[in-house]
Design a protein around this ligand. Structure first.
Ligand code: ZN
Length: 217
C-alpha cells in the first residue's frame, strides 16, 4: 500500500500543465501564445543572461544551427553585458523581462521597473515574469510592447523524477508555431542540459526550423 502511494506521489510530481488552458488564452487574445507558421518553432529562454547557463545555451544552439529568443532580466544584462552582446551578435532576439524579475501582482512600481530594463534591452517584446500582470499594467505595457506568452511550458526549473517521460510529453505537445518556454536559470540548468540537445535533434528530424521571434513586431 505504501509503495503504491509513493508511486502515485512520484507520478504526480512529474505532472506539469504543458499547455496553457484554452480559456486563459481566450481571456487574453492580444497576447502571443503561438505564431502562425508551418515550419518554424520558437524556443524562448527566460531570466538570463547568466554565465552558468547562457554561454552553454548559445553554444548548443550554434551547434544545431538554431535561433531563439532570450527574455532578459535587465539587472543581469547590466551585470553581464558581454553575454548579452553575444546573444545579439549570434542572430538571436531579445525581450524585456523587467529589471528585477518582478511579479506584477505584488509590485506597485512594475512599469518603472520595465522602463528601467528598457535602458539595457532594446526590444519591442515583453514577457511578464511568472506570467502575471494586473489589468492596468497590461494596458500600459501593450502600448509599447508585444506581450509574448508561451504555448509549451517545460517547467525545467522543477526537479523531474523521470526526465525522459517529461521530455516525451513536451515533444508530443510541440508543433510548428509553438512558443516553447525554457529558462537560463541555475535551477533549470540540469534539466536544460538534458533536454535542449534532444529537443533540437527532434526538431531537426521533423525538419522544423528554430527561429527567433522578430523584435520589431
Ligand atoms: Zn522569469
Amino acid at each position: 500500500m505504501t509503495q503504491i502511494f509513493f508511486y502515485l506521489w512520484r507520478c504526480m510530481k512529474d505532472f506539469i500543465i504543458i499547455k496553457p488552458p484554452l480559456f486563459i488564452r481566450r481571456l487574453f487574445p492580444s497576447f502571443i501564445w503561438k505564431i502562425n507558421s508551418e515550419k518554424s518553432i520558437y524556443l524562448t529562454f527566460d531570466d538570463g543572461p547568466i554565465p552558468e547557463s547562457t554561454p552553454w545555451t548559445l553554444d548548443t544552439l550554434k551547434y544545431y544551427n538554431a535561433k531563439a529568443s532570450f527574455f532578459c532580466v535587465g539587472d543581469n544584462v547590466r551585470k553581464y553585458p558581454i553575454i548579452y552582446q553575444r546573444i545579439l551578435s549570434e542572430g538571436h532576439s531579445v525581450g524585456n523581462h523587467t529589471f528585477n524579475h518582478l511579479n506584477g501582482l505584488k509590485s506597485p512600481n512594475y512599469i518603472e521597473n520595465v522602463n528601467k530594463a528598457s535602458l539595457y534591452i532594446d526590444s519591442k517584446l515583453f514577457r511578464p515574469p511568472y506570467g502575471l500582470m494586473r489589468k492596468n499594467q497590461i494596458k500600459e505595457i501593450s502600448k509599447k510592447y508585444k506581450i509574448i506568452m508561451w504555448d509549451v511550458l517545460t517547467a525545467d526549473y522543477k526537479k523531474y523524477n523521470n526526465p525522459k517521460f517529461v521530455l516525451k510529453k513536451i515533444l508530443s505537445k510541440s508543433k510548428p508555431g509553438s512558443v516553447i518556454l525554457l529558462h537560463n536559470h541555475i535551477k533549470a540548468q540540469k534539466n536544460l542540459e538534458y533536454m535542449l540537445p534532444l529537443m533540437l535533434r527532434f526538431f531537426r528530424q521533423k525538419a522544423w526550423i528554430c527561429e527567433a521571434i522578430d523584435m520589431k513586431v
